[in-house]
Design a protein around this ligand. Structure first.
Ligand code: CAA
Length: 259
């Protein structure tokens, strides 16, 4: 029987996915990718799911990168295939219908930093450390790191992190906008859950469309402004938006149905 590499726990309308390879600092091997992809394919578009949290087992690491021990056998072609697979799975996170929060509880390096960056929101524990140290290994990042790091912290600092391979601490990540909250160690998941609970009270279609529209800004082939007026129309025509307006007038909480 293969080892269980992702623990999946459902709490009310949310899932917590814990990457469970602490002996390898939760490094991303092929099985982690398979399990992650199966989960995302199963639940994307299921509006009973109102958010995901991704975290790492133990107190030391969120994810210390791609599994370096799987690199030995890779060549030009198989390396590109692995990289594309990682990118595709991380796009599935970025395009998930509901918010995905990375609860970063330690090292988030290489593929780990890239995984956190593919999530919509990042919460870090005080001991979290972020970095793209691939150049130490004679590599470039392969799971979207060169693109999303620029999106989040800008070209100058992104290049410095990529070229020096140096790690930054949680407080620096907060200052740069790489994370939006720094909390006590051990409180990362609880803090992420609080954010998900807030979002889960909003219109689920609106939440989903906001995610898509923000993603659209970074998709070269998409006109985000055009997509915005189309989605404004689609949401204002929805049952949820009528319910939202009625609830406002009647001074009560809206009962959204994702319709
Ligand atoms: N892959 C496989 N195993 C890893 C790993 C990784 N990325 N990171 C850590 N481990 C393993 C170590 O080999 C070690 O295993 P053994 O006990 O069997 O030797 C165990 O986890 C504990 O690690 P350390 O003994 O190294 O722990 P440390 O506290 O001394 O150092 C660390 C911690 C600084 C995070 C160090 O482990 C490290 O530098 N890890 C590699 C980080 C890295 O380079 N990540 C990028 C990977 S490449 C990538 O991600 C490419 C991409 O974009 C697709």
């Amino acid at each position: 029987m293969s080892e269980q590499v992702i623990n999946i726990e459902r709490i009310d309308d949310f899932f917590i996915l814990t990457i469970n390879r602490p002996q390898a600092l939760n490094a991303l091997n092929r099985q982690v990718f398979n399990d992650l992809e199966n989960f995302l394919d199963k639940y994307n578009g299921d509006y009973t799911v109102k958010g995901l949290i991704i975290t790492g087992e133990g107190h030391k690491a969120f994810v210390a990168g791609a599994d370096i021990k799987e690199f030995e056998s890779l060549d030009h072609i198989s390396g590109s295939i692995l990289s594309k697979r990682g990118q595709d799975i991380f796009f599935k996170i970025e395009r998930f219908h509901a918010p995905v929060i990375a609860a970063v509880n330690g090292f988030a390096l290489g593929g780990g930093c890239e995984l956190a960056m593919a999530c919509h929101i990042r919460v870090a524990g005080v001991n979290a450390r972020f970095g793209q140290p691939e150049a130490n290994l004679g590599l470039v990042p392969g799971y979207g790191g060169t693109q999303r790091l620029i999106q989040l912290i800008g070209k100058g600092k992104a290049l410095e992190m990529l070229l020096t391979s140096e790690m930054i601490h949680a407080d620096e990540a907060l200052r740069l906008g790489l994370v939006t909250h720094v909390v006590d160690s051990g409180q990362e998941v609880a803090a992420a859950l609080e954010i998900l609970k807030k979002i889960s009270k909003k219109g689920p279609l609106a939440v989903s469309k906001c995610i898509q529209l923000v993603n659209a800004f970074f998709e070269k082939q998409t006109d985000g402004f055009k997509q915005e007026y189309e989605e404004f129309g689609s949401t204002i025509g929805s049952e949820d938006s009528k319910e939202g307006a009625r609830a406002f007038v009647e001074k009560r909480k809206a009962e959204f149905k994702a319709k």
